[in-house]
Design a protein around this ligand. Structure first.
Ligand SMILES: *[C@@H]1O[C@H](CO)[C@@H](O)[C@H](O)[C@H]1NC(C)=O
Ligand SMILES: *[C@@H]1O[C@H](CO)[C@@H](O)[C@H](O)[C@H]1NC(C)=O
Ligand SMILES: *[C@@H]1O[C@H](CO)[C@@H](O)[C@H](O)[C@H]1NC(C)=O
Length: 466
């Protein structure tokens, strides 16, 4: 792609020289100048992307993705290596070989060609491709190795860099949970030459509360941290950070990297505020971290009958929520609460068929995790949200995603879902729950392992020896 632009640019430049040498009117110069500038800019952008993104490399691991990573369409529209190696359709069907007969597969293939919209395997299945997931998962579990930059207890920023020594809780617990579980896991290696990925262990949530740093100092801290590790160790420079990652749940993380642009552009950002709409988040490179309010054990009455249609509680901090209130404030079936809830939150989630997750200040809140925990089907209103584990789990099978514009149609949409379809959604919610739970000692396929799997899919195929 870059070379063809280069060719075009050269053509334009040559033509410009020609026209000058023939001392043509100054007019043609003014005609060519903007074109040249535009081409030069495109070329620079392309060069930049090809240096900073790993899209242009062949990623054998990525071919296992059943759901193509979503990124800038100009680049993904026609990735030659991927389309020749793995035509998307047969991969999906061959995995289902045991279930679908060969002709069935071909039939389905034809149907899908006829209606390209129905690309997903089977709307009712929790996984896009469970067998592929389980196979890759085993390999990941066996071979993924992470190197964590070491810091002692005497480091002045030990509170920010080391795992917390208590059980993480609250709204942003995912960040602390991940680090705490990772550092004790079998994925850790002390030998950097063995590592697939390098973990930048700073905690955005802890920085935010550290009086030496605070919200305003986070960007400087990150810049200094990257400066320090890139001078002390050789690993950062050799990939420009592309085999490094950090994990953050608070939405402050979206501007935290503004003074460390390489982190933003190259490193894998595992963040809760994973919105396609944020310039700091790159969906194919970064990964969505589920925001989960940790709870122990299971509620006893998950399978009880749910008498209420839909429920939401939260504060009024976004235009989307304002719209929701405006339309549904006095509705008998869709109950929306802003401000202090007089009934029990858990009780409401247990009694409702659908539980609303509505974009607030950011796309992410703990409400999807809350809904799943209490066996309630999430109804998601958060345009541009890159949902957690979206490339593994088929969100259509256990949630309803609605565009902001459709808020006035909510009741119609929900009532249009048959009892049978609702039961399928709810059964899948009960299956999906395990992927949205943290455990201090991780359990296969829980939130920790799922995040590790996302990292495994995003690891670089290039390995460096030290
Ligand atoms: C993953 O590795 C852990 C630790 O070695 C082990 O307990 C677990 O059973 C493994 N899971 C799978 C599915 O291989
Ligand atoms: C970077 O290193 C300097 C010198 O060792 C140290 O004073 C500073 O705290 C470090 N900063 C960060 C953010 O790691
Ligand atoms: C990494 O690159 C920076 C900037 O070019 C340089 O100052 C630094 O010395 C390099 N680090 C190592 C370990 O060579």
């Amino acid at each position: 792609m870059a070379s063809s632009s280069l060719f075009l640019l050269q053509t334009v430049l040559t033509r410009r020289r020609d026209s000058n040498s023939h001392s043509q009117t100054i007019k043609s110069f003014f005609f060519l100048m903007p074109t040249t500038l535009a081409l030069a800019t495109s070329l620079l952008i392309l060069l930049y992307i090809s240096f900073t993104s790993n899209l242009f490399f062949i990623h054998p691991h990525r071919l296992h993705l059943t759901h193509p990573p979503i990124g800038p369409s100009i680049i993904l529209e026609n990735p030659p290596e991927i389309s020749t190696l793995a035509p998307p359709e047969p991969v999906v069907n061959s995995r289902n070989g045991g279930v679908l007969g060969e002709t069935d597969g071909q039939e389905k293939f034809k149907n899908r060609l006829a209606s390209p919209g129905s690309y997903v395997n089977d709307e009712k299945k929790l996984f896009h491709d469970r067998d592929a997931f389980l196979d890759n998962y085993k390999e990941m579990n066996r071979s993924l190795k992470i190197y964590v930059y070491p810091h002692g207890r005497d480091d002045p920023f030990a509170n920010v860099l080391l795992p917390v020594d208590f059980e993480p809780e609250g709204n942003y617990a995912s960040e602390s949970y991940f680090k705490k579980v990772l550092t004790k896991s079998h994925f850790i290696t002390k030998d950097p030459s063995e590592a697939n990925l390098f973990f930048l262990p700073f905690s955005i949530a802890r920085l935010r509360h550290d009086p030496r740093v605070g919200i305003d100092g986070i960007q400087d801290f990150i810049r200094d941290y990257i400066f320090n590790i890139s001078h002390q160790y050789s690993y950062w420079n050799r990939t420009g950070g592309a085999d490094h990652f950090y994990v953050a749940c608070h939405s402050i993380g979206r501007s935290a990297m503004d003074k460390a642009v390489e982190v933003k552009l190259n490193a894998i950002q595992v963040v809760c505020s994973s919105s396609y709409y944020l310039s700091s988040y790159v969906a194919h490179k970064d990964a969505s971290l589920p925001q989960i309010w940790p709870r122990q054990g299971d509620p006893t009455n998950l399978a009880r009958e749910r008498t209420k249609l839909a429920f939401f509680a939260g504060s009024m901090n976004s235009p989307v929520r304002e719209k929701l209130l405006q339309v549904w404030r006095n509705d008998a079936e869709i109950s929306v609460h802003f401000g202090h809830l007089k009934t029990s939150y858990a009780e409401e989630l247990l009694a409702s068929k659908f539980c609303l997750h509505v974009k607030g200040f950011e796309v992410n809140t703990a409400r999807i995790g809350d809904a799943l925990y209490y066996g309630c089907v999430p109804l998601i209103i958060a345009n541009h949200y890159d949902l957690p584990f979206q490339d593994i789990l088929n969100w259509q099978s256990f949630s309803v995603v609605v565009a902001t514009l459709d808020i006035p149609l909510l009741k119609k949409i929900l009532k249009g879902i048959s009892i049978e379809d609702y039961l399928v959604l709810q059964r899948n919610v009960l299956k999906a729950r395990e992927h949205f739970q943290w455990h201090l000692s991780p359990v296969d396929h829980d939130a920790f392992y799922m995040v590790m799997y996302e990292l495994w899919l995003r690891r670089s195929s290039l390995r460096f020896s030290a």
